[in-house]
Design a protein around this ligand. Structure first.
Ligand code: AR6
Length: 190
């Protein structure tokens, strides 16, 4: 079941699904620094979106080089229902002592900053870094939600962003995000 919470002006949704089927202004890709595609959600987005996304990624690579962990770049959505794909690179989990938490928060924040630059009003995120990159799910969920909540609260008055959706691929990931949101809400409102 979908969980919904109002964050200032922005509606936050936690839902199970396939991000490539989202009908939003932008979807976020959990890419790698090469921007040349890969497995997991990255592979699914390139497959569903068609070759123009990779062509644009190659142009970005040629102009700016690799995308560092925590940074984000934007391309069109190709054949997707989304107008844009924001490609961000999460941290590879090395045990927690190499600033993984900061890099993961940066990935979410920089994706949202870029979204606003392109006047995106609805955006869908996957659970960045918790697949191939091995970030422990509970910790990643807490960072993802804390970062998004802070961002939305900071821009609440400008009313720039209508929806942030987390599209979580499996039930366990969705229930972990749900529990993390519950925990954060209890801390906010004792
Ligand atoms: N829709 C939503 N979520 C999905 C989908 C989908 N279609 N497919 C997978 N997920 P991962 P990472 C979930 O491994 O950990 C790639 O090869 C998946 O179940 O895609 O950031 C890149 O090129 C998991 O919950 O991303 C990089 O090399 C979440 O998306 C590397 O993997 C993230 O899993 C990035 O690893």
């Amino acid at each position: 079941m979908t969980t919904e919470k109002l964050l200032g002006h922005t509606r936050l949704f936690l839902m199970q699904g396939d991000i490539t089927r989202q009908n939003v202004d932008a979807i976020v890709n959990a890419a790698n620094s090469s921007l040349m595609g890969g497995g997991g959600v990255d592979g699914a987005i390139h497959r569903a979106g068609g070759p123009t996304i990779l062509e644009e990624c190659k142009q970005i690579r040629a102009m700016h080089g690799q995308c560092a962990p925590g940074e984000a770049v934007i391309t069109g959505g190709g054949n997707l229902n989304a107008r844009f794909v924001i490609h961000t690179v999460g941290p590879i989990w090395h045990g927690g002592s190499t600033n993984e938490n900061i890099i993961l928060a940066n990935a979410y924040r920089n994706s949202l900053d870029l979204a606003l630059q392109y006047e995106v009003r609805t955006i869908s995120f996957p659970s960045i870094s918790t697949g191939a990159y091995g970030y422990p799910l509970e910790q990643a969920a807490e960072i993802a939600l804390t970062t998004v909540i802070e961002f939305c609260q900071n821009i609440a008055e400008q009313q720039l962003l209508d929806e942030v959706r987390f599209i979580l691929f499996d039930q366990f990931t969705q229930s972990t995000y749900k529990a993390a949101l519950q925990k954060l809400s209890n801390e906010d409102m004792p």
